[in-house]
Design a protein around this ligand. Sequence first.
Ligand SMILES: [Zn+2]
Length: 286
Amino acid sequence: MVIEKRLIKLFQKLFGKKSKSQKSNVKLEKPKTESKAKKPKINSTRIGELGEYKINIQLDQLPKDSRYLSDVLIPNSRAKSGYSQIDHVIFTSRAIFVVETKNYAGTIYGDRNREKWSVNGKFPMMNPFHQNYGHVQALKSILSLEEDSNIVSIVSFTRRCTFKVNEELRKVQSNDLIVYDTELSEYINRKMNVLRVQSNSPIFSDEDISRMHSILSEKNIKDPNIRKEHIEALKQKKHKETSAVQSTNAKCYICNVTVSKKVESFCKANHNRFSGKVYCYEHQRG
Ligand SMILES: [Zn+2]
């Protein structure tokens, strides 16, 4: 008897709970529709095309006689900002590797000869080889290099990406290469092997390498004020909308740009739409 009564109580409890949760489900739908109405205006400026975030390359895996410099800022009269910021320059006996790093997530659709590439077929990005060409030209000018010097342009993406690009860009014979950050030293070593087969003697001697390295280190702008200004100018250009707002450490899942506290809270509050991830204005469209 006592047990029966307990069971009945238990069933009642369960029943009671069930109807309660059904109620709260109904309640939950209201804010959902409200939040839909509060969708922010889509910002059409190309916020997503940025993100030259630094990667940690396995620098100890580079050829022994090579030397490198990272995060190089040099004057470039042809650039709008007046400067070129190069992620990595690697001097070897066979070639100079100029590396641009990207921090997008998604499928990268690109054609070597087209100006516009895209992420996921939706979000436009500038052809990164056009951008890196500017860096190469600035470097040639600073180091007084011949027009036909052996310079290899590499664009490095993280493993969060899938490439849908010209097959040639993945072949080590090319002087334009698209790689994953984890493949960078492998590609450089393979490229060196190809160049060794093509020519017996090295193009750059140890003296050449250290001379170029020291010229570039000397020309590399270290003044923290100029650096800060340059980074601020890029930020202004990249996210006009968000720069005025207090920023946090939250970053867009697609392009890794830092977003404002407001954007972060908006995305977190709309869990159904964004699955707990944070997106910049541009990439909230996805
Ligand atoms: Zn984004």
